[in-house]
Design a protein around this ligand. Structure first.
Ligand code: AMP
Length: 398
C-alpha cells in the first residue's frame, strides 16, 4: 500500500502541479467560513510545493451542489482565507476548466497559486467522466492528492486525472495512510479498538476486519444494545437493530473462536425518553428495565474499559459511547476521550476515526493529545474495513 509522495517528485521547479485538496469547510448563511481546519491542514503540502518553485493549481469540492453552479457554494471565501494563511495572493476564477482557466494557468509564475472553482459544479466530476478528467489534467504536469476525505470516491478530480498525470500523495494523505495503515499492518500490542455510535450496521465491516487484528474490541454506545439482545439481555427501549441480532451473535462467537476479547458495558445511564433533560438513573448488569433506554455507559463500565485502554499500545476509536450531544449523557464519551489521551501520553499510538468521534474528542478539549485524528469520516472507515480506496490506489506505488 506504500505510495510515493510529493517528496518523490523530481524537479518541481517551474512545473504545474494540480493538487486535490479538501476545502469542504463549513460556511454560515453569509458565506463566512466558521472553521478553517481543513484549509490549515493542506498548508504543509501547498507551502512545500511553493517553496520548490511549483505553480500550484488547487482543486476541491464544497458541499453538495445539486445542479450546476450555486453562488452559496463558491470557493471565493476559501481563496480569501487561504491567501491570508499563506501571506500571498491566491488567484481565483469562477470555473474549473475552459479558456479562462487555461489563460490564467498560462500566466501563472513559479511560486504562485490558483484555486479552481468548486469542481462539483460540473456533474462530470462525480461521474468520473474521462473527457472532464482529461481537461482537468491538461492544466498541469503532475498531480498530487491531499484530500483523504474524498479518497473513497472515484471522481474525476480524485481518480480520473491519474489516467493522464502521474499521481502522488500530499503530506496529509501520507499521514493518513501511515497511521491508518499501521492499524492494519503492524500495530504495537496490545491493540484495543473502541467502537461506538448508533448502529451495528454502519460498523459491521469495521468489526469484521479489525476483530482478527485486535487484542480487545470495546463496544459501547447505541450499537452495544444489539449485542445485548444477542446475549438475551433485556434492553428496554434502547436502540436495537433487530435484523442485525444474528450478526451480533456471530461476531460474539467469532471472538471466542479467534480468542479475542469483546468488552461490552457492565452498567448504563438510562433515560425515560430520548431528551437532553430526560429523567435518568444508572442500572447495572441485570439489564435495562422496560420504559427506559440506554443513553450512555455507566461509571463501572468506564473503569472496566479504562483497564484495557491503560494497557494498550495501539488504540483505534470510532463512535461515541452514548448520546454525547446531550451534556447529561456525554460523561462516558468524555471519560473515554480522557483515558485515550492519557494512554497516548504514556506512549500509545491513538488514531481517532472521523465523524462523531472527532467531535467528541474536540468537545472534551483533547484533540491535540491524540496521535492522529483522521480527516475523513467515510474514508477512514472504509480504509479500516480493508477496502481499496480509489483515490489512493491510483497514486504511484513506492
Ligand atoms: P455513528 O455515526 O454511527 O458513529 O453514530 C453517532 C451517533 O450515535 C451520535 O449522534 C450519538 O448520539 C448516537 N448514539 C450513541 N449512543 C447512543 C445511544 N445509546 N442511543 C442512541 N443514540 C446513540
Amino acid at each position: 500500500m506504500a505510495k510515493q509522495t510529493i517528496e518523490d517528485i523530481k524537479d518541481l521547479s517551474g512545473r504545474k502541479v494540480l493538487v486535490r485538496v479538501d476545502f469542504n469547510v463549513p460556511l454560515d448563511d453569509k458565506q463566512q467560513i466558521t472553521d478553517d481546519t481543513r484549509i490549515r491542514a493542506a498548508l504543509p503540502t501547498i507551502k512545500y510545493l511553493l517553496d520548490k518553485g511549483s505553480k500550484v493549481i488547487l482543486v476541491s469540492h464544497l458541499g453538495r451542489p445539486k445542479s450546476g453552479p450555486d453562488d452559496k457554494l463558491r470557493l471565493l471565501p476559501v481563496a480569501g482565507r487561504l491567501s491570508e494563511l499563506l501571506g500571498k495572493p491566491v488567484a481565483y476564477v469562477k470555473d474549473s476548466i475552459g479558456p479562462e482557466i487555461e489563460a490564467t494557468v498560462a500566466k501563472l509564475k513559479a511560486g504562485e497559486v490558483l484555486l479552481l472553482e468548486n469542481v462539483r459544479f460540473y456533474k462530470e466530476e462525480e461521474k468520473n467522466d474521462p473527457a472532464f478528467a482529461k481537461k482537468l489534467a491538461s492544466l498541469a504536469d503532475v498531480y498530487v492528492n491531499d484530500a483523504f476525505g474524498t479518497a473513497h470516491r472515484a471522481h474525476a478530480s480524485t481518480e480520473g486525472v491519474t489516467r493522464y498525470l502521474k499521481g502522488y500523495a500530499g503530506f496529509l494523505m501520507e499521514k493518513e495512510i501511515k497511521f491508518l495503515g499501521q492499524l492494519l499492518e503492524n500495530p504495537a500490542r496490545p491493540f484495543v479498538a473502541i467502537l461506538g455510535g448508533a448502529k451495528v450496521s454502519g460498523k459491521i465491516d469495521v468489526i469484521k476486519n479489525l476483530l482478527p487484528r485486535v487484542d480487545t474490541l470495546i463496544i459501547g454506545g447505541g450499537m452495544s444494545y444489539t449485542f445485548f439482545r444477542a446475549r438475551k439481555v433485556s434492553v428496554g427501549n434502547s436502540l436495537v437493530e433487530e435484523d442485525r441480532i444474528p450478526l451480533a451473535k456471530e461476531t460474539l462467537k467469532q471472538a471466542i473462536d479467534l480468542d479475542k476479547t469483546i468488552m461490552l458495558p457492565i452498567d448504563h445511564v438510562v433515560a425515560d425518553k430520548f431528551d437532553a433533560n430526560a429523567n435518568s438513573q444508572i442500572v447495572t448488569r441485570a439489564g435495562i428495565p422496560d420504559g427506559w433506554q440506554g443513553m450512555d455507559i455507566g461509571p463501572e463500565t468506564i473503569t472496566k474499559f479504562g483497564h484495557a485502554i491503560k494497557k494498550a499500545k495501539t488504540i483505534f476509536w470510532n463512535g461515541p459511547m452514548g448520546v454525547f450531544e446531550f451534556d447529561k449523557f456525554s460523561k462516558g464519551t468524555i471519560a473515554i476521550a480522557k483515558l485515550v489521551a492519557e494512554a497516548t501520553e504514556g506512549g500509545a499510538v491513538s488514531v481517532i476515526g472521523g465523524g462523531d468521534s472527532v467531535a467528541a474528542v474536540e468537545k472534551a478539549g483533547l484533540a491535540g493529545k491524540m496521535t492522529h485524528i483522521s480527516t475523513g469520516g467515510g474514508a477512514s472507515l472504509e480504509f479500516v474495513e480493508g477496502k481499496v480506496l480509489p483515490g489512493i490506489a491510483c497514486l504511484q506505488d513506492k
